[in-house]
Write a protein that binds this ligand. Structure first.
Ligand code: SF4
Length: 362
């Protein structure tokens, strides 16, 4: 049974300019109905009571009314007893005393904070509800209630963003007591407000420069890059996210959540009315052994440490070196990947062109 659990909270108080996630503007009535449906789902899905991680994502879990957040945490309580890492996503404006106290009472011990940038003008342009000052206050509040494992999300390649603004965001983040940073470059999704406003991300060369500069700066500040877009202080890599990259099974609960269990990937059927009518209805995709072998490689190569050849053999009873002999030789010859201490991993060059590397293995 899956030992990792993702729960999607599909509400936000306002919609960010770049967002195309599964979420809706918060409504108290709709959130109550969603919780009723989630309760039915939780009661009828097979959930391990020995979960290692729970990740409350969204949307914005911290935007729920206090009584609703409490109900959500209570629904998950029977499964959280053995959890090592219990993460909740929060946005700075709703990361207040009440929310943080409640979350910590229910065992949340890690918060992923949607910072995005420390530039107030860019925050406004993105239609974020917080200011740079609120980020500092949120982190202070988390510390006050003993939540010291704090991850921040930061975005680059934003319209008009300069290298100076980007580096300043990273500097401000690293000057605060944060343990983990995930960075994302902007993609303009069709249907987002940015697309409607004809806003564009920066050109690919500037984007690549920002990525490089971030790696250099973060590593100089003691944040080790352990995945393409993830950096952590020593001992603070995300267990939950690593489960995805190790291609472990995980259960996905709630409208907007995906999961992977028993050789099947699934999504909940999109749309509130579908979920409220039948929260157990999933769109299933069966994975062949070939799919799984490739997906394991695809996820594993995102990690700096690479993919374990022993684990590959344990799962599939085939040697990686035999299944992929031809592309493996090609990529080794081109120095895109190396095999080191029982792991296959991308070289720096391979990391830069990971999609091209993966194409060889399809
Ligand atoms: S807070 Fe997150 S999920 Fe909500 S609108 Fe903004 S980007 Fe989308």
């Amino acid at each position: 049974m899956a030992e990792y659990c993702y729960v999607h909270v599909p509400f936000c108080r306002s919609i960010c300019g770049y967002c195309d996630f599964q979420r809706a503007g918060y409504s108290e009535i709709l959130a109550d109905k969603w919780l009723d449906a989630l309760e039915i789902e939780i009661q009828n899905r097979e959930i391990s009571d020995h979960l290692k991680t729970i990740y409350l994502g969204g949307g914005t879990p911290s935007c729920l009314k206090m009584s609703q957040l409490k109900r959500l945490l209570q629904l998950l309580e029977p499964y959280s007893k053995h959890v090592i890492e219990y993460t909740m996503e929060m946005n700075p404006e709703s990361c207040n005393d009440d929310v943080v106290r409640l979350a910590s009472e229910f065992g949340v011990n890690r918060v992923s904070l949607g910072v995005q940038t420390f530039d107030d003008e860019l925050l406004k342009m993105m239609n974020r509800r917080h200011t740079s000052q609120m980020i500092k206050e949120a982190i202070h509040t988390l510390n006050l209630y003993g939540i010291t494992n704090i991850s921040v999300d930061a975005m680059y390649s934003l319209p008009t963003q300069t290298m100076e603004q980007w580096l300043n965001t990273l500097k401000q983040c690293t000057e605060l007591p944060v343990t983990h940073l995930s960075m994302y470059s902007l993609t303009i999704e069709p249907g987002s407000a940015f697309a409607r406003q004809h806003l564009e991300a920066l050109d690919s060369e500037t984007e690549a420069d920002m990525y490089e500069a971030a790696i250099e700066y973060l590593e100089s500040q003691g944040f080790e890059q352990y995945e393409i877009s993830s950096f952590s202080k020593s001992g603070f890599q995300s267990l939950h996210n690593k489960a995805y990259w190790h291609y472990e099974d995980f259960i996905g609960l709630g409208l907007g959540a995906s999961g992977k269990e028993n050789h099947q990937r699934y999504d909940h059927v999109r749309g509130f009315h579908h979920y409220l009518d039948n929260p157990l209805k999933l769109e299933l995709i069966s994975l062949t052994e070939e799919d799984e072998m490739f997906e394991m490689l695809m996820m594993g190569l995102r990690l700096k440490e690479g993919m374990s050849l022993e684990l590959f053999y344990k799962r599939f009873h085939h040697k990686f070196e035999e299944v992929y002999a031809v592309p493996l030789k090609k990529c080794l010859d081109r120095k895109w990947i190396v095999i080191d201490q029982g792991k296959i991993k991308a070289t720096n060059r391979g990391f830069e062109i990971l999609n091209t590397v993966l194409e060889e293995f399809i």
